[in-house]
Design a protein around this ligand. Sequence first.
Ligand code: BV8
Ligand code: ZN
Length: 245
Amino acid sequence: MLEEIANIARNCQRCVVLTGAGISAESGVPTFRGKDGLWGKFKPEELATMDAFLANPKVVWEWYNWRRQIIGEVKPNPGHYALCELEEMFTNFTLVTQNVDGLHRVAGSRNILELHGNINLNKCVECSQKYPDDLEINPDDIPGCPNCGGQIRPDVVWFGEMLDATIISQAFDKSAKADLFFSIGTSTLVHPAASLPLEAKRSGATLVEINIEATPLTTLADFHIAELSGVFLPNLLERIKSISA
Ligand code: BV8
Ligand code: ZN
């Protein structure tokens, strides 16, 4: 399959990559639904929703501070770096991520669409005024927005919240025009992100799924690679380079 995918990649111009928590797992960032996943201990509706925040801002901030602390200590892995090099091999390359850990940016990827925001950014829960990411938030004394007095919250997209309209429409537009679409390290359960590979497939793209487990997308994919993304992606890169030489 590696050879086949490398040959296809060599002959494509427009590539879209969708990543989920799985691509950061090898960096040490817990996934959401895996066996040691974040959600295993907590429920999405308990923590990543506006209702949860309004009901219990202290618990929600304790959870985000814990995740910020983990993310502050990790580095991109070979999978993130391979995507940076892959970006240079296509005339049109878009990296769409559901992750809020910012690791693609740290690794050097350029054309990134962060669908769900960035965990290190803050905003006001009332007026959405953005606040600097170096704001240390004490869950017992959550700062108020100097603008309107509303509480400061993480600037991420919670369940039941709309994604940034420009970002999500760009992601659908790129997916509809892609010749090659990689879905990497995502359980494809969360919408609207999970519809992007369907859009690409419907528009004629070759669909490659890289996931150590099967997902609802697996039967639709042209290729399912049940390998660690941090292992497969560097191998794919080397193979593309060797056939381009
Ligand atoms: C919206 C940011 C319109 C916060 C996240 C019913 C009621 C209410 C809503 C809904 C509903 N049905 C559908 C919805 C819509 C809802 C949704 O999709 N719910 C799902 C759960 C059914 N979506 C929304 O609410 C979205 N907004 O639709 O607005 C609207 C408005 C009002 C009312 C309705 C609709 C907003 C969704 C965004 C939520 N925010 N995160 C934060 O991070 O704190 S989502 C969260 O899940 C993360 O962003 C994460 O990225 C995302 C998806 O998870 P994955 O990335 O896929 O991670 P997961 O752990 O699940 O999977 C990892 C995979 O990697 C696994 O498959 C594993 O096998 C694999 N893997 C692990 N290691 C490796 C690997 N693969 C390869 N290599 C490895 N090494
Ligand atoms: Zn405010």
